[in-house]
Design a protein around this ligand. Sequence first.
Ligand code: OGA
Ligand code: MN
Length: 285
Amino acid sequence: MRIESITEDFGAIVSDVALNELSDQDFQQIEQAWFDYAVLVFPRQNLSNEDHFAFTRRFGRLEKGLPHINMKLRPNIGNTDIKGNVLPPEHVGRVFNIGNSLWHSDSSYKRVGAKASLLAAHSVPNEGGETEWADMRAGYDALSTDMKRFLADKVAVHSYAFSHSWHYGLLVVPEEGLRQLPPVEHPLVTVHPVSKRQVLFVGRHASHIVGQDFVSSRKLLRELTTEAARPPRTIGHRWEVGDIVMWDNRCVLHRARATPPNQPRKMVRSTVAGDEPANEWAIND
Ligand code: OGA
Ligand code: MN
């Protein structure tokens, strides 16, 4: 197996390995690389959905989908239907994915956010459609001493209703789904359970800061996200069919770049639930 880092401690490309026939020893090396680099790119794996699942499952329990999606594997991230046909721009399934173009950590609107996301490319456009990741360990390190001090005891509200329920006047989740996703709170500075590094935990689901004025704390969260998710703390991947990338939502934000109209971009995603034993979003099988 070859592991080439993209920067010193953020992102690595893993090749000369077949994820569908992984020895325990190879798995351990991959897991260690994932702890070290937070984003791993596996070019041209061409995994079946079954093998995609099996690889995901080695990192922990799968995460339940949203109430209205209710699938373990999200088969239509991008701009297509499940079969891979481009949807009209106003289709709710496509509008739903607009939110992916803003920096976020998957499922941070849940009481326990996602541990890992694994995204595989099934159809890719000729240009555009890249995914980008931002290192929020470095994002924290880059804050001023005053800002670190200010954020140390602050907690943000992460809200699905705030960030993801309405786009362009369309309600993209049923009201029943919204009732199951009440706003939750997460500290703005977290400590990664493995590296023990401090992380600036923000992104688009973070609506405001508990105990602070809504509008001004919303503005601050947006500024913190924009500033942290900038070079040299970002990396990107231009997809080829069959690539799969996994990232650590506990220390990385990500976003999708625009795809040219009418070109299919079909991505399939699985999610590893947060490790907490009592995580109500984890599937126990
Ligand atoms: C996701 C996501 C980004 C992309 O699947 O959670 O944000 O590039 N995807 O499609
Ligand atoms: Mn996402």
